[in-house]
Design a protein around this ligand. Structure first.
Ligand code: NAP
Ligand code: MG
Length: 402
């Protein structure tokens, strides 16, 4: 069989620890034997980020702007302990934060579902994708404690000197105070990313805020989404047979639980932070969550939602065979390959991505799985295997399909 060729490169970002080991295995066993893999390689492993003063992360983000598709391995976000462990020059920023700031995107997180593992919410039959607005609100808020009696005011001074002033509260005792903001431009790019992703994946889009209480702040989100939908997406949604649905956040939570899944849930920053952990836990395993960053000008960066699985890596270094789950990392690759295929009109590449995903799911359905899944699985015929054997089983299933 001749290998599938690729016209345009994918931006490949290597990472750290156990996921770096899985990364190589996936490429060697599941991709390179079948695809003439064309990538522009950036080593985002912590030692190389340190060597390049983190320039490699910036270069990788700019390369995604050039080629429009990237795939990223999990990376260490350094803290004080990592600075010591890796003898770093500096406590470098989170690579994901750096890439997101350059691409200005929205992150969509979706679970990979398998019939062998039941969601904790019985009714959920299809994935629920969370789209989190990753800018502003309480994450950029200014806050302090109020020491005692006094008046708190909200003051805005325009560039030509005009000002608005409102009393927040006449404090009769001590308390707390917080000021938060968001920008129309950021809300609009969040809305565009959500509407585009809904069209791209042919799923309904839900959005919810607390606009009945927050009559300016949350209302702004509601109105800008509605306006952009009316002007730019209404007809496209109708043609695709999908819907845009707005409701209040508490109503949304109740409806999500009662739903079958199969839609995108757009969340303000804090709601997305909280709800994505709820949704991923309810669906089962963090090792089965994918994540894609979609930017308003059409760039896509795929990755697994989990980290570098440090605990497994230390066992691996001692020579133990670990049962780390490579599925979300494989799906990051298939997401990127399928998108590359779509953008280049390379159907063979997209079909290969579909078949690799099918091979993964069939392997799990046949009862062969990694330890994290075996723990969640209620069937009796489960065979728990290590990562290498799991990937070999996927390869055997893949070869039957090609
Ligand atoms: P983690 O790597 O996600 O792992 C936490 C635990 O979840 C693991 O110890 C393991 O549980 C389980 N787990 C996660 N992924 C798994 C998989 N694929 N297969 C099997 N089990 C899996 O989170 P962490 O230990 O908090 O973070 C480790 C490093 O990752 C940190 O340096 C952090 O900065 C980085 N991080 C990176 C990203 C990213 O690049 N996107 C995201 C999050 C964290 P058991 O040990 O019980 O088996
Ligand atoms: Mg969180």
């Amino acid at each position: 069989m001749s290998k599938i060729s690729m016209k345009t490169p994918i931006v490949e970002m290597d990472g750290d620890e156990m996921t770096r080991i899985l990364w190589k295995l996936i490429k060697d066993e599941l991709i390179c034997p079948f695809v003439e893999l064309n990538t522009e390689y950036y080593d985002l492993g912590l030692p190389h980020r340190d060597e390049t003063d983190d320039q490699v992360t910036i270069d990788a983000a700019n390369a995604i702007k050039k080629y429009h598709v990237g795939v990223k391995c999990a990376t260490i976000t350094p803290n004080a302990q990592r600075v010591e462990e890796y003898k770093l020059k500096e406590m470098w920023k989170s690579p994901n934060g750096t890439i997101r700031a350059i691409l200005d995107g929205t992150v969509f997180r979706a679970p990979i579902m398998t019939a062998s593992i039941q969601s904790y919410v019985k009714g959920w039959k299809k994935p629920i994708t969370i789209a989190r607005h990753a800018y502003g609100d309480i994450y950029k808020a200014t806050e302090y404690r109020v020491p005692g009696k006094g008046k708190a005011e909200l003051l805005f001074t325009g560039e030509n000197g005009e000002s608005f002033r409102q009393t927040i509260y006449d404090f009769e005792c001590s308390g707390v105070l917080q000021g938060q903001y968001n920008k129309d431009s950021s809300i609009d790019s969040f809305a565009h990313a959500c509407f585009d992703y809904a069209l791209d994946t042919k799923q309904d889009l839900w959005f919810a805020t607390k606009d009945t209480i927050s009559k300016q702040y949350d209302q702004t989100f509601k109105l800008r989404f509605a306006d952009i939908f009316e002007k730019e997406y209404k007809e496209k949604f109708a043609a695709a047979g999908i819907e845009y649905f707005y409701t209040l956040i508490d109503d949304a939570v109740a409806r999500v639980i009662r739903s079958e899944g199969g839609f995108i849930w757009a969340c303000k920053n804090y709601d997305g932070d909280v709800m994505s952990d709820m949704v991923s836990t309810a669906f089962g395993s963090l090792a089965m969550m994918t994540s894609v960053l979609v930017s308003p000008d059409g760039n896509f960066e795929y990755e697994a939602a989990h980290g570098t699985i440090t605990r497994h890596y230390y066992k691996y270094l001692k020579g133990e065979k670990t049962s780390s789950n490579p599925i979300a990392t494989i799906f990051a690759w298939t997401g990127a390959l399928r998108k590359r295929g779509e953008l280049d009109g390379n159907a063979a590449l997209s079909t290969f991505a579909d078949k690799l995903e099918d091979a993964c799911m069939e392997t799990i359905e046949s009862g062969t799985m990694t330890g994290d899944l075996a723990l969640l699985c209620e069937r009796g015929d489960v065979k728990k295997v290590n990562s290498t054997d799991f990937i070999a089983a996927i390869r055997a299933n893949l070869e039957k399909k090609l």
